[in-house]
Every structure is written in structure tokens, then in C-alpha cells.
Design a protein around this ligand. Structure first.
Ligand code: DOR
Ligand code: ZN
Length: 348
């Protein structure tokens, strides 16, 4: 049995860091293991222009612990008022790496998002021209579409028309949760990729609903039935370059998840790499973990691969779940994958 794996230092291509005290508490879990992360812009208020992104970047950089080598990659929150020229300038200046589409009402802090996709076509025109990635929360929000179908319906109603209209636009279908999403991405050329979260590789919707409502397994898009989880595992463990890690680690205080209207998001970054090693080991594909976490992302984003390395070690005895994160306002619970995790990141 393989007990040691050394890979190029990984990146996280979809991460929520928040701001203020939560940022300072959660960032070290990312910066100790990941060299870069795509930082989601759904703050309150959101990151609406390049100037906002610069302010947020400075706040993140100030919170990086001494000795950690970490670069935040900043993302603009798309609205129907976004100025295409601000996007162009921000990208060409290296201040913005991508633009994120939140359909209005789809998820946490998405109220300012997009209602009418055609209104953002001028921004997409510029992004296609300059090669800037378009990151998509791919769920429709129509009240008459079942929540478990929202991703599949989004592909037909929104993604296919956008792709037809902008054939050269680089699109990342974020945190895909369905076989439909996998099949769609596989049917496209190299201009379309997808991120996959750690938790969607491990849980299906039973985790959230069986034995009582389990709010710490609630996220958006919601986990789907087992056949979809299996399709995600197959896609990422195959090493296919169109799939890369976006943890979607999304910290919320426990009291806001354990409420009569619990919020969506799973904080998984404290144990993501050990869980992923376990998933890839189970599929006998440990040799492809590096592609998923370290190689496929930079290839799509046209960024250099990291120069450092990371070693993962396997022990006979499984490891305990990391401690919850304590803040002045409450705790943030760490994702419990409900499976034995034998891997850990070597601190050497
Ligand atoms: O579960 C989620 N949490 N999905 C999202 O799209 C947003 C995120 C958050 O910001 O908490
Ligand atoms: Zn997210």
C-alpha cells in the first residue's frame, strides 16, 4: 500500500474567505497548504469593481500568517451594471483574474446578481476578447424548477445559449454536482472546465436528509443522488484536464446553520487534502490527485504551475476530525466526511 505521495503545491480554484475576524481565522487553513486561491466576491457588500477587489486583496494579504506563501486571485461580482471597461482594465493590470456570475437569488449574498443574462453580454464580449475566465454559479432560480434539477435546467436554458453566442469565452462551470454537468463539460472543447468541491465527492443528498435534517451538509448547489456523486468521482479521478479542485469552502457560524432557516455552505478546507487523498486512494488513482489539485487549474487559467511541493503521508490509524474554528461570535464546524481518513499533510 502506498504511504507517501509528493505532489506540486496545490491551488484552490473556488474559495470563500469572508472578511474581518472570520477571514483571519479561516485564511491560515488555506494558506498553509494552498499556494493560490480564487477568492469569491460575494461579500456584503460584494466586490463590484476592480477598486473593491484591490481593497479586499489588501485585507487578505494583511491576514496571511508569517511564513505562508499564498497569493489570492481576485474575482469581480457581476451585476447588470458592471462596466466592461473596468473589467478589461482590471484584468490587464493583473488586479482581477475572473468574473463570477451569481444568478440573483441563487445562493448566499446573490441578491445583487444577474436577473437578465442578456444584459451582461457586453461584459462577456470583452472577456472573450481578452481571454478572461467567466465563472458560473450554474443554477436557475425559477420557483417552479425543483431544487434538485436546477443545475441540469441551467445547462439547457442558460449555458448552452451563452456558449453558442460566445464560442471562445473561457467558462468555468463552478461546483458541479450532477452527471449532467460532467457530461456537458466533457462534450465541450478546452474552453469549458468545471470545479468540483471536496464535499460533493464524498456525500450525496442522504447525508443532508437522513436521520434528521443535517444542516452542516447543506450547501448550494445541494448534494444530489448517489449516481451523480459517482459521476463526479469518475470525472476527477480520471485526471481529465477539464476538472479541477474548487473546495467552495464556505464558513458560516454554527448558529446560523443550525437555525429554522439555516444558511448554505460547508467549511472543508481544514481537511480537504487528506479527504481527497482518501477518495483517490479508494479509486486506485492516487497518481491523478496532482492533476486535480495542482495541474489542471493553472492550465485552464493560463497561469504557471506552482514551484513548491507538498507531501501527504498515510498512517494505519485514521486521523481525528480537526477541531472546530472558534471565533468571538461562535464556532465554525469543520466538514465531517463520515469516512476514515488515513492521510495527512506532512508539516516537514
Ligand atoms: O453553499 C454555498 N455557500 N454555496 C454558494 O454558492 C455560496 C456559499 C457561501 O457564500 O456561503
Ligand atoms: Zn461558492
Amino acid at each position: 500500500m502506498q504511504t507517501k505521495l509528493t505532489i506540486i503545491s496545490p491551488d484552490d480554484w473556488h474559495l470563500h474567505l469572508r472578511n474581518g475576524e472570520v477571514l483571519s481565522k479561516v485564511l491560515p487553513f488555506t494558506s498553509r497548504h494552498f499556494q493560490r486561491a480564487i477568492v469569491m466576491p460575494n461579500l456584503q457588500p460584494p466586490v463590484l469593481c476592480a477598486a473593491d477587489a484591490n481593497i479586499y486583496r489588501d485585507e487578505i494579504v494583511a491576514a496571511i500568517p508569517d511564513g505562508h506563501n499564498f497569493t489570492p486571485l481576485m474575482v469581480l461580482y457581476l451585476t447588470e451594471q458592471t462596466d466592461p471597461e473596468d473589467v478589461r482594465k482590471g484584468f490587464l493590470a493583473g488586479e482581477l483574474v475572473a468574473v463570477k456570475l451569481y444568478p440573483a437569488g441563487a445562493t448566499t449574498n446573490s441578491d445583487a446578481g444577474v436577473k437578465d443574462i442578456e444584459k451582461i453580454y457586453p461584459v462577456l464580449e470583452v472577456m472573450q476578447e481578452i481571454g478572461m475566465p467567466f465563472l458560473v454559479h450554474g443554477e436557475v432560480v425559477d420557483a417552479d424548477v425543483d431544487i434538485f434539477d436546477r443545475e441540469a435546467v441551467f445547462i439547457d436554458q442558460k449555458l448552452i445559449p451563452i456558449r453558442q453566442r460566445f464560442p471562445n469565452l473561457k467558462i468555468v462551470f463552478e461546483h458541479i454536482t450532477t452527471k449532467d454537468g460532467v457530461d456537458y463539460v466533457k462534450s465541450c472543447n478546452e474552453n469549458t472546465a468545471a470545479t468540483v468541491t471536496t464535499h460533493h465527492l464524498v456525500i450525496n443528498r442522504n447525508a443532508m436528509l437522513v436521520g434528521g435534517i443535517q444542516p452542516h451538509y447543506y450547501c448550494l448547489p445541494v448534494a444530489k443522488r448517489e449516481l451523480h456523486r459517482l459521476a463526479l468521482v469518475q470525472a476527477v479521478t480520471s485526471g481529465d484536464k477539464r476538472f479541477f479542485l474548487g473546495t467552495d469552502s464556505a464558513p458560516h457560524l454554527a448558529q446560523y446553520k443550525e437555525s429554522s432557516c439555516g444558511c448554505a455552505g460547508i467549511f472543508n478546507v481544514a481537511n480537504t487534502l487528506p479527504i481527497l487523498a482518501q477518495v483517490f486512494e479508494r479509486e486506485n488513482t492516487l497518481e491523478n490527485l496532482e492533476k486535480f489539485v495542482s495541474l489542471n487549474g493553472p492550465l485552464f487559467y493560463n497561469l504557471p504551475v506552482n514551484t513548491g511541493t507538498m507531501t501527504l503521508l498515510r498512517s494505519e490509524t485514521p486521523h481525528a476530525l480537526p477541531d472546530d474554528v472558534v471565533t468571538n461570535d461562535g464556532v465554525i464546524k469543520v466538514f465531517d466526511p463520515k469516512m476514515a481518513i488515513h492521510w495527512r499533510v506532512s508539516q516537514a
